[in-house]
Design a protein around this ligand. Sequence first.
Ligand code: NAG
Ligand code: NAG
Length: 200
Amino acid sequence: MFPTFTRSGLAIAFIGLTSANNVQGFNHPISNDIECAADSYVSFIHNSYTYNAPLHKFTDIAGSFFNVSWYGGTAVTSTTGTDNVPGATRSGPFVGTIFNETLTAFEKGSDVLLFSYHGKGFTFIPEPTYPALRWDGYSETLRFQSICSGKATHIDLITYTCSDNQPLTYTVWSTAHTSSFDGLAQTLGATILAGDCLCA
Ligand SMILES: *[C@@H]1O[C@H](CO)[C@@H](O)[C@H](O)[C@H]1NC(C)=O
Ligand SMILES: *[C@@H]1O[C@H](CO)[C@@H](O)[C@H](O)[C@H]1NC(C)=O
């Protein structure tokens, strides 16, 4: 089913699922469950990144639900509700359609920033070389965590999507995540933290 997953990749992904559920139990005023229709299949994507720059450098740019100028090559063009308060919505242009996302959880502390949101489904063509892809809805949890005594930042994402093509859904999200976070780090002059905190 997931040909690109190694055994350890799966183990990491399941740990991720458990912690997402814990977060959901305590902090989600709105359920983050994804239920797929009969002809639609749930896939989850777990990506993580670690960079050599303090948390606040990332959250200065990525700390607002209403501003995605750094993410996915798009922009927010309309909002409802209050920024960073669950129930708020954001919309904008995305690959020939309009994305509509609702914030389901927000957590901010001195060493962590977390967003969870639901997105409505749409059909799109990810790239000229790919077939049309139908997403029937998705939810994503994005967490920025301060590490190495504040010198570095660990970012992880868990994205659940109902779609008609699991492998392509995996590729599209992973590519969007990696280009967005590497791009954000590059803007900050941060490098990938390859080893342990001694390198930070
Ligand atoms: C969104 O964030 C970017 C980066 O911090 C900033 O330059 C831009 O002005 C912000 N846009 C809005 C509409 O606040
Ligand atoms: C998002 O909302 C806009 C405005 O209501 C609508 O035109 C668009 O089709 C919606 N997109 C999705 C994916 O539901």
